[in-house]
Unconditional design. Structure first.
Length: 66
């Protein structure tokens, strides 16, 4: 089973968080028990996204809506 830390690590390595990864994180946070390491990794990802280090696919402009 994939962990929150795994999803976060992939996003940090690529600098990109896909919609699928966001959905996966949402499910993991809601439906699994997680420890301090996972919570810490998630907070690190949030800070990286706010700083522009990680881009979020869900926040990018959709050309079909323009």
């Amino acid at each position: 089973m994939i962990s929150i830390r795994d999803v976060v690590q992939q996003a940090l390595e690529t600098g990109y968080l896909t919609i699928e990864a966001e959905d996966q994180l949402r499910q993991l946070l809601q439906k699994t028990k997680y420890g301090w390491e996972d919570l810490s990794a998630f907070m690190h990802l949030q800070k990286a996204a706010m700083a522009g280090i990680v881009r979020q696919q869900s926040r990018e402009a959709n050309p079909s809506n323009a």
